[in-house]
Design a protein around this ligand. Structure first.
Ligand code: ADP
Ligand code: MG
Length: 371
């Protein structure tokens, strides 16, 4: 199959070096066990390479979504993975297969799963501040590398930040470059939206995106990793948008019990409305908190694992009929907490932009999610 398409449109890079195999995945890999996860556009399953016995994660991506051809979006995802191959904190791409319906990315397997699970874990399984410092440094290393190469991730959230192992706590692997864009080529932001809770105010305000857009999400991620709470989440999505737009953040001692003040100051350098005033990845790597002597005691947080929704999984080893469970593609997965009840809830909530907005987002946004 041709590796095709040199053209870039709206920040999409579709020129790739990886040879796309057209023989079946099963000729070289055995699918094993249950799903590793699923997202908006993909199902990911564990597989074993027959010749080496090594474990990988096969990400099955449908080429057509809602009747539109999305092959170039997938090529863009491959191109970004190729570009970031030199950074150890971006997941490694091993091989690519293509069938009539799907493109399958064979990725390094991040066996520790999503940091999401530990963000909402019970007290003794939760991250310590020391853990968070190490992991945030690794996230920043990966994101700084992308930014040096003029690439923005645009979907940084706990479901897209994985661990090589959960216990002992391993290292970070950033995944899911489905919304990533090359900054040189972005002409407009209108078709790009991330997940409501992690999305920066400039996206809601229809202003230009930049590398600073990812830095906002890292601020939200750090907040969630330290406190187990989602800083902007409201009962309704419009409330979430309003909280983001007003940078309405709870930095109270109750929420940050047992957490050092340099950690809070670090978050405050990122949750800044003006993107130009937000810390860059390089500045964050030099931040005093990340270069100080870490606290190693567990964070004193009220966490309950009982409310966790298990990720939807299946024992099926066949290739998925439809990898996307959501009935509409303008549904976006998210992460829910209910701090008011003194416990946490994790789930994948559906956010639709097709309802009449209370918050004055532009009406065009309704149709402007990527295919
Ligand atoms: P989507 O674009 O549909 O969100 P992702 O790339 O985020 O797809 O993959 C969906 C989920 O699959 C992730 O949230 C994660 O739980 C799991 N996953 C993805 N890549 C890997 C990997 N390399 N190793 C282990 N699990 C993975
Ligand atoms: Mg994802």
């Amino acid at each position: 199959m041709p590796n095709s398409a040199a053209m870039s449109r709206n920040g999409l890079v579709t020129e790739i070096r990886t040879r796309i195999r057209s023989d079946p995945l099963s000729s070289s890999y055995d699918l094993v066990g249950k799903e590793l996860g699923r997202g908006k556009f993909a199902v990911v399953k564990k597989c074993i390479e027959k010749t080496t016995g090594k474990q990988y994660a096969a990400k099955f991506l449908r080429k057509r979504r809602k009747g539109a051809d999305c092959r170039s979006d997938i090529l863009n995802e491959i191109a970004v993975l190729e570009l970031a191959a030199a950074n150890p904190h971006v997941v490694a791409l091993h091989e690519v297969f293509e069938t009539s319906l799907e493109i399958i990315l064979v990725l390094e397997c991040a066996a520790g799963g999503e940091i999401f699970n530990q963000c909402v874990a019970d007290h003794d399984e939760a991250f310590t501040e020391k853990d968070v410092m190490r992991l945030v440094k690794q996230i920043l290393s990966g994101v700084a590398f992308l930014h040096q190469n003029n690439v923005v991730h645009l979907d940084l959230k706990p479901q897209n930040v994985l661990l090589t192992s959960a216990r002992p706590l391993g290292d970070i692997r950033i995944v899911d470059f489905g919304l990533s864009r090359h900054m040189d080529n972005i002409t407009e932001v209108r078709e790009i939206l991330g997940t409501p809770e992690y999305v920066a105010p400039e996206i809601l305000n229809y202003e230009p995106i930049s590398t600073a857009t990812d830095m906002w999400s890292i601020g939200v991620l750090t907040y969630v990793m330290l406190t187990g709470e989602s800083p902007f989440l409201g009962d309704e999505k419009q409330e979430t948008f309003l909280n983001i737009s007003q940078v309405n953040v709870d930095y109270s001692p109750e929420t940050f019990e047992g957490i050092s003040s340099p950690a809070i100051d670090f978050i405050k350098t990122l949750l800044v409305k003006n993107p130009r005033k937000r810390a860059t990845a390089e500045e964050c790597l030099n931040n005093v908190w990340l270069n100080s002597h870490p606290h190693s005691h567990p964070l004193l947080l009220p966490r309950s694992p009982s409310n966790l929704d298990e990720p939807e999984t299946s024992q099926s080893e066949s290739e998925p009929e439809s990898p996307v469970p959501s009935p509409e593609l303008d549904l976006i997965e998210s992460y829910l907490t209910c701090p008011g009840q003194g416990e946490l809830k994790a789930g994948r909530d559906a956010f639709s932009f097709s309802e009449p907005p209370l918050f004055p987002t532009r009406p065009e946004i309704q149709q402007e999610l990527i295919c």
